[in-house]
Design a protein around this ligand. Sequence first.
Ligand code: BGC
Length: 708
Amino acid sequence: MFSKYLPQAEKIMSDMTLNEKIGQLNQITITPYTDKMDELRELIKNGGVGSIILASSATAGNDPQGHVNIELYKDLQKIAVEQSRKGIPMIYGRDVIHGHRTVYPIPLASAASFNERLVEKCYKNIAAEALNDSIRWTFSPMLDLCHDPRWGRIAEGPGEDPLLGSRMATACVKGFQGDDLKADTSIVACAKHYLGYGASESGRDYFRTEISDGTLYNYIIPAFRAAVDAGVATVMSSFNDINGTPVTGGKKYLTDILRGKLNFDGFVVSDWGAVEQLEHAGFAEDRRDCAKKAIHAGLDLNMCDKCYIENLGDLVKSCEVKAAEIDTAVSRILCVKLAMGLFENPYCKRTEYDESAHLADAKLLADESMVLLKNNGVLPLKKDTDILLAGPFAEDRRTLLGTWTLDGDAEKTQNFKEALSERANGRFEYSAALESGANSDVIVLALGESYTKTGENHSVSDISLEDSQIELIKKARAKGRRVVGVFFCGRPLALENVEEYFDAILYAWHSGSKTAASAADILFGDVVPSGKTPVTFPRKPTHIPIYYNVTSSGRPCNSYYGEGPFYSYLDGDSSPLYPFGYGLSYTAFEYGKSECDCAEISLEELKNGKKVQLSVTVSNVGDFDGKETVQLYIKDVVASVIRPLRELKDYKKIFLKKGESKRIDFCLGYGDLGFYGEDGEYLLEKGKFEVFIGGNCLCGDPVELVVK
Ligand code: BGC
């Protein structure tokens, strides 16, 4: 896809000096040059900069960042284009993760929408806003699946499921990049953090990972494969090692798998400082050795630590690195620059966009991302309900935007108190710690966690609710009113110890600019909730890791998540509080019996493209119109490698008017029923499969299917 620009790239490279080539492999940040801009100008003029990252620190997701400075970027680009010998434009990148000026739900929350069409639309909007600020490349989507919610970066990813992760990957890449990277509405996407970063042991950021090849190919790689298939132009190599080999220095990962098995032909950028960290990790002797190992592995662009620009020239002279290796890396970067039309249009592409339309989309996505976890009938509230609002997040604006919000304006963000009071027609009172408050019908508690507890280098050891919030909940319950909890969070919290005190729980996440409006609309029933959990919610922090698609083991297990006579704990229920794919609505959906058009199919037929048709009738039997995510899971009953108890293979988010029924069709083919072996090759084995269709991963009554 990008290699079609190779002839043009080679032509450009034909008279480039080695130093100019190495310059293309160098990405810098402007901050170190703030007091010596002449030095930066000189470096650019000499062809020493291939790309600029618009971030001022290594952990931009939580550090305050400077605003974009379009004039400065234009000036510097002019030097690259008009004063450097080859005139190659630099590519400006920034972490535009889940929004730019308009902020959309954190990626974990948008995964809960199970609505990739809406996600794609929102990410298209993000691209338009970013372009307007000179940003042509974003370091998103983050595709790290995660089984440990202590990890602060779980907020940035799609949760625990490979299929959901893959669908979100495709949606984000298509949204950012559009059909044509040259279009005035497209920016370059970056699939990160390749590979395995989300498996960091004990949820501690930057920590080691131990991942079998089977897990790698079946759980972790699929979302990256989907991003590559969707045409992602760049991939970011991660900080972590896998079984002792740092990915950034690992040829197996950056070349053999990424290029060999996934057929990626864009360029790979390191994470910030990941090349020099090869030395800190004990994988390289010094910075020179870091550069050598990274280029050998297949790392093209070096983010910020200068190992390449300082050492590659010397390494080529001493024949430790081949000139051809440098050429390969440069050509990949040039191919992407050519594909995105950077040579024709190197400057800021100002595009008109309608801010209110973007905010409307942000609202729709926030509406669909929020998950109703519990409701004993108190919700939706009548408009004239007397409400007492309390809790630490009622007035917080910034937290609602979530981590990795570099350009969203917290001051312009409505808080929950404002949104709720605006809609309430009954008596509305606010008392943060419930010190005052007359006889309201309902107490609404704005709970959760600050955005500062999530994101990069912001992991926690305990995902319980803070003590002060637990006390507040008990205090609310003691008042004898109905209690509704609205949780603003960046991860699933372990809520078993407080769940019983609530009449209803709405998980609102950090859902961006429109968090407050969506949560308030859901409470009053103006929006019917439809989000589903993209991760399993543990009962207790000590139940981590807990995720739905575990493999079976030898002890018989009839029930799911391992509860029952085996695999359980002596001191409590080992099932999750809320399983994967779970979420309530104000209406009720009834599932008919699942049906399959054939009980048997041959492997040959499947290989030839034949598919099995499955269907189920879903009826809205409640009192509201509403959306439901109909989910299809399979279990490969016997295989040469034990397969998960359930695996999500398809889902459809549907809308049903009250009283309406619809037949929902699915089909399963060769690519859905098999798995990847240890060598990364796809295989489908003959044998029995069970297919489950329902509203979450615990749905029962499978249909049997035999592959002969
Ligand atoms: C993070 C990346 C981010 C990069 C640039 C790193 O520290 O891990 O996710 O894209 O910084 O800001």
